[in-house]
Design a protein around this ligand. Structure first.
Ligand SMILES: [Zn+2]
Length: 110
């Protein structure tokens, strides 16, 4: 929760790319019919991102995830929720290792 989603400005300003997929755009598209303005979209919980806080308070960025294939997070919603997930599209730094990968989501109803 300490690192924002990748977004179109990051790809445009950092890499000169106008049409690169991004987590924030994925969220905006998924939430388009919910009436939530782009600027009000929440920042993500980065379950598998490796962005530790250094002793000086800065955030280390660009280290590959330490998650292994098959690692998982199980969440239990105690109230009705809208959950959106994005497999990060950042392929221009090392933050996703040497390749992008899909994620699998399973929703169980109690
Ligand atoms: Zn991303």
């Amino acid at each position: 929760m300490i690192f924002p989603a990748c977004d179109p400005p990051r790809y445009r300003l950092g890499f000169g790319l106008e049409r690169h997929r991004s987590c924030r755009a994925n969220l905006a598209e998924a939430m388009a019919d919910r009436g939530i303005a782009y600027e009000h979209l929440p920042d993500p919980i980065n379950f598998f991102q490796n962005t530790p806080v250094r002793p000086d308070g800065t955030i280390a960025y660009g280290g590959a995830s330490v998650a292994k294939p098959g690692d998982k997070v199980v969440l239990r919603a105690l109230v009705d929720v809208i959950a959106v997930a994005s497999a990060c599209a950042m392929d221009l730094t090392g933050i996703n290792g040497d390749r992008l990968s899909d994620i699998r989501l399973t929703v169980h109803e109690s």
